[in-house]
Design a protein around this ligand. Structure first.
Ligand SMILES: CC(C)(COP(=O)(O)OP(=O)(O)OC[C@H]1O[C@@H](n2cnc3c(N)ncnc32)[C@H](O)[C@@H]1OP(=O)(O)O)[C@@H](O)C(=O)NCCC(=O)NCCS
Length: 343
C-alpha cells in the first residue's frame, strides 16, 4: 500500500497583544458594529517588538514537534508558507530550520498567500507519497500588521498576526492527505497586492512615500472570487477523495470574512455547525489561518480518528486550494515509530 502523509503533531503561536474593533475606532473612521456585521471580526492579535514571522513559526514548530514526539534532527524538510517573510533573503524556513536544530532537513518558503498552508501540506504530501521523505514540518506564519496601512479602513480592520505548524509523517493507514486541488489566476489587476520592495519596484524613498509597501485590496471583487473558487475547489477535492459533503465531519476554512464563509457553506450545502470559525478572535491571519484553526481543533480534542476534514482557502495571487484530510490514528503511528527505532 502506498504511503500517505498524516498529521501527527500541531502547535500554534498567537502574539499577546490584542487589537479590538474599539481600538480601531480610534485609528480610522469605522465602528465596532460595522466591522462585526461586515466581517465577523471582533479582535485580532498583533506582533510586538522582537517578534516576526520566523519567531512565531519557530514557537509553533517547537510545539508541533513536542506534540508529535518527533526530534528536530529527524525532520527531512522544513517548509514555511508566508507572504510576510522576515527577509527577502534568507528564507524564513531556513531561519526556523536553524533555530530548531533540524540539521538533516532542507528548507524553503512557499508564497501562495492565504492558501499557503494548503499548498504546503500538498507539497509535503507529494514528497512523502513518493517515498523521498518520511517527516516534514509545515509551518505557516504571517505578520500582516507590519504591512498594513493604518489609515486605510478598507484593509486595516481585516488582518491579524500568528503562526501554526504541523508535522506530517508517512503512514500506511488510509488517512492523512487524501486529495488536494490547487489553483491560481494571476492578479494583474491589483486586486490584492503589496507592490513595493520587490524587483519590479525596489524599496526607495519614492516607493515608501507612495505607500507601496502596504497591502492594497479591492475587497468587493476579492469577495466574489473567493466564494466561487473555494466552492469549486472544495467540490473537486471531495470528488477526487471519492467523498461527498455528507462524509465531512468538519470544514476548516481560511478565516477571511464570516460572510464569505456563510456563502461558501450554503453553496456547498454543508451544515453551519460543521464550519469551524475563529476569525472573530484572530481576524484574517493569511497563510496561518487554516493551521491556526486546525491546531485549535486538534488541541481541543475535537478531532477523532477517521474524521474527514475539508481544508479550503483563497488568497492573494490569486490562489485557491482545497484538501481532504482524514484524521489518522496518531497513537498507532507513534507506536510504529517506536517499534522501528528498537528493531
Ligand atoms: C473588505 C470588506 C469587508 C468590505 O465590505 P463590503 O461590504 O464589500 O463593503 P464595500 O467595500 O462595498 O464598502 C461599503 C461602504 O463601506 C465603507 N467602508 C469600508 N470599510 C469600512 C470600515 N472599516 N468602516 C466603515 N465603513 C467602511 C466603504 O467606504 C463604502 O462606503 P460608500 O458606500 O460610502 O462608498 C469585504 O469586501 C471583504 O471582506 N472582502 C474580502 C476581503 C478579503 O477577505 N481579503 C483577503 C482575501 S484572503
Amino acid at each position: 500500500m502506498e504511503n500517505k502523509a498524516a498529521i501527527t503533531g500541531w502547535g500554534w503561536h498567537s502574539p499577546e497583544h490584542t487589537l479590538s474593533n474599539r481600538d480601531l475606532e480610534k485609528l480610522v473612521d469605522t465602528t465596532d458594529s460595522w466591522i462585526r456585521s461586515r466581517t465577523g471580526i471582533r479582535e485580532r492579535r498583533v506582533v510586538g517588538p522582537g517578534e516576526s514571522t520566523s519567531t512565531m513559526c519557530l514557537a509553533a514548530a517547537k510545539k508541533a514537534l513536542d506534540s508529535a514526539e518527533v526530534k528536530a534532527q529527524d525532520l527531512d524538510l522544513v517548509l514555511c508558507a508566508t507572504t510576510t517573510p522576515d527577509f527577502l533573503l534568507p528564507a524564513t524556513a531556513c531561519l526556523v530550520q536553524q533555530h530548531l536544530g533540524a540539521v538533516h532537513a532542507g528548507a524553503f518558503d512557499l508564497n501562495a498567500a492565504c492558501s499557503g498552508f494548503v499548498y504546503g501540506i500538498t507539497v509535503a504530501s507529494q514528497f512523502i507519497q513518493a517515498g523521498t521523505y518520511r517527516r516534514v514540518l509545515v509551518a505557516a506564519g504571517e505578520c500582516l500588521t507590519r504591512f498594513t496601512n493604518w489609515q486605510d479602513r478598507n484593509t486595516c480592520i481585516l488582518f491579524g498576526d500568528g503562526a501554526a505548524a504541523v508535522v506530517l509523517e508517512a503512514t500506511k493507514q488510509n488517512a492523512g492527505v487524501l486529495s488536494a486541488v490547487l489553483g491560481s489566476h494571476g492578479d494583474t489587476e491589483g486586486l490584492l497586492s503589496i507592490q513595493g520592495g520587490g524587483s519590479a519596484h525596489p524599496a526607495s524613498v519614492e516607493t515608501v512615500a507612495a505607500g507601496m509597501h502596504h497591502i492594497r485590496m479591492r475587497g468587493n471583487e476579492v469577495f466574489k472570487k473567493a466564494v466561487r473558487m473555494m466552492v469549486q475547489s472544495a467540490q473537486e477535492a471531495l470528488r477526487i477523495a471519492k467523498l461527498s459533503t455528507r462524509d465531512l465531519n468538519l470544514v476548516v476554512p481560511h478565516q477571511a470574512n464570516s460572510r464569505i464563509l456563510s456563502a461558501t457553506q450554503e453553496s456547498l450545502g454543508i451544515d453551519a455547525d460543521k464550519m469551524f470559525i475563529n476569525l472573530d478572535r484572530l481576524g484574517n491571519t493569511g497563510a496561518a489561518s487554516v493551521p491556526l484553526a486546525l491546531a485549535e481543533l486538534a488541541s481541543g480534542n475535537r478531532l477523532k480518528v477517521g474524521d474527514n476534514l475539508l481544508l479550503v482557502a483563497f488568497g492573494g495571487g490569486l490562489t485557491w486550494a482545497a484538501a481532504v484530510v482524514r484524521w489518522a490514528d496518531i497513537a498507532a503511528i507513534k507506536r510504529e515509530r517506536a517499534r522501528r527505532l528498537t528493531a
